[in-house]
Design a protein around this ligand. Structure first.
Ligand code: HAM
Length: 423
């Protein structure tokens, strides 16, 4: 048997319905705040991610699925959605639209990671990006919008971790101070962090290895190195979060695994997830557009890991489901089949959830099958009733039945469904 690729689980019926209910709800919520959907391809030129996420990040260095197409182009399955959205913003001249341009996206992302609970090789992001404004109000909108979504879905036990990682003016000073601090500790760092020491020392702060955590415990804090503009921006973000009553924790180790961030970075974590506890992450990326060849365009956004969200919803009993009342249409004999089949097609076309077996069934086995399939109603087409031009309509949950003419049955079903308030 050939199995599906590792870390790319199938999403089966039962889960897909819940997924789309959740996604529709998130869509509607972000649309309330003026975000509109953008769909970008699942692969891009590799360079898009090298220039944005960063050549020395784990994502680009180790986790990208890269391939050459038949024309010899270097392409990568997208590991994230921010860089493609900014690429599209530049390519389609969205700078000339009223700013900020607020976009959202939903789709699969790909990272060659070691799979575990909440960590996959193909996973879904729902993300928002607000481009063209550097107001701290927008940072707070984005953070609070994420919280609104999670809370409305019924989640509690969430914590907001926030930090500012400054800008290209102030970050180099911090980088140097951090390296100075780490130099005498270099030998105690893990092999990855030894490399990061030269390429990307800030990432050492969020290494999960105990030895590295210990060595960075008393490291200088980036917020002590922020320039006046970045400090004011960060203070304003915190002040606004306070005004909205959003609880947060300043996390000096939060630097995020992507290079494009400037100023605000944040994550929302859940105490109900295991080791992979970040439900979503995001931040500001004021230099990203320029680094990709566009005009200076500040931006801020987040991406939510949909699998992690679904795990959380399931664990906390908040997984939504849609109950459809299915009508089982039972033809008793070959002679009844065409009428039954026509009724089946008509009811389905009119919006009912319907089922028909693909050959006639005796009454007893038909009823058993209908119950097995969780049908709510049974329409029996056959027997003496049919000779009278009628069918039997059985309400399987209330265990009552009525005889009704074949011409009136559709109207009767409509009435029942209206009375039930849902199909
Ligand atoms: P990220 O933190 O790399 O950020 O991913 C966002 C979220 O995606 C994570 O918090 C996590 O829930 C989920 N996630 C990441 N990797 C995996 C995986 N291998 N399996 C399952 N879930 C995963 C970004 O990608 C940025 N583009 C977010 C952003 C948008 N920043 C600004 N705008």
């Amino acid at each position: 048997m050939i199995k599906g690729p590792k870390g790319c689980p199938d999403i089966l019926p039962g889960k897909t319905e819940a997924l789309y209910i959740v996604i529709s709800f998130i869509r509607e919520t972000v649309e309330n705040f003026g975000y509109r959907e953008i769909i970008t391809p699942v692969f891009e030129h590799r360079e898009i991610f090298e220039r944005s996420v960063g050549e020395n990040t784990d994502i680009v260095e180790k986790e990208m699925y890269t391939f050459k197409d038949k024309g010899g182009r270097d392409l990568s399955l997208r590991p994230e959605g921010t860089a493609p959205v900014v690429r599209a913003y530049i390519e389609h001249g969205m700078k000339s639209l009223p700013q900020p341009v607020k976009l959202y996206y939903f789709g699969p992302m790909f990272r060659y990671e070691r799979p575990q609970m909440g960590r996959q090789r193909q996973f879904f992001h729902f993300g928002i990006e607000a481009l063209g404004d550097e107001s701290p109000y927008l940072d707070v909108e984005v953070i609070n919008l994420a919280l609104i979504i999670l809370k409305k879905l019924g989640l509690k036990n969430l914590s907001v971790k926030i930090n500012s990682i400054g800008c290209k003016k102030c970050r180099p000073k911090y980088r140097e101070a951090l390296k100075e601090y780490l130099k005498p500790r270099y030998e105690k760092l893990c092999d990855d962090c030894k490399r990061r020491f030269y390429s990307n020392p800030l990432r050492i702060l969020d290494c999960k290895k105990e030895s590295c955590k210990r060595e960075t415990e008393n490291a200088p804090r980036i917020i002590d190195f922020l320039c006046d503009e970045c400090r004011e921006h960060f203070e304003k973000v915190l002040e606004l979060l306070d005004i909205l009553g959003v609880k947060y924790e300043i996390d000096n180790r939060l630097v995020r695994g992507l290079d494009y961030y400037t100023r605000t970075v944040f994550e929302i974590q859940s105490g109900d997830l295991g080791a992979q506890n970040a439900v979503l992450g995001g931040g500001r990326y004021d230099d990203l557009s320029e680094s990709m060849g566009g005009k200076k365009t500040p931006g801020v956004g987040f991406a939510m890991g949909i699998e992690r969200l679904m795990i959380l919803l399931e664990k906390t009993g908040n997984l939504p489901y849609r109950e459809r009342k299915t009508i089982y249409i039972l033809p008793i004999s070959e002679a009844d089949y065409i009428d039954a089949f026509k009724l089946y097609m008509d009811l389905g076309e009119e919006g009912s959830s319907v089922f028909i077996p693909y050959k006639p069934k005796k009454l007893k086995s038909g009823v058993t099958d209908a119950v097995k399939r969780n049908a709510s109603y049974l329409i029996i087409v056959g027997g003496e009733e049919r000779e009278r031009g009628n069918v039997i309509l059985k309400d399987l949950s209330r265990k009552v039945q009525e005889e009704i003419s074949l011409t009136d049955i559709k109207e009767r079903i409509k009435q029942l469904e209206e009375r039930n308030g849902k199909k």
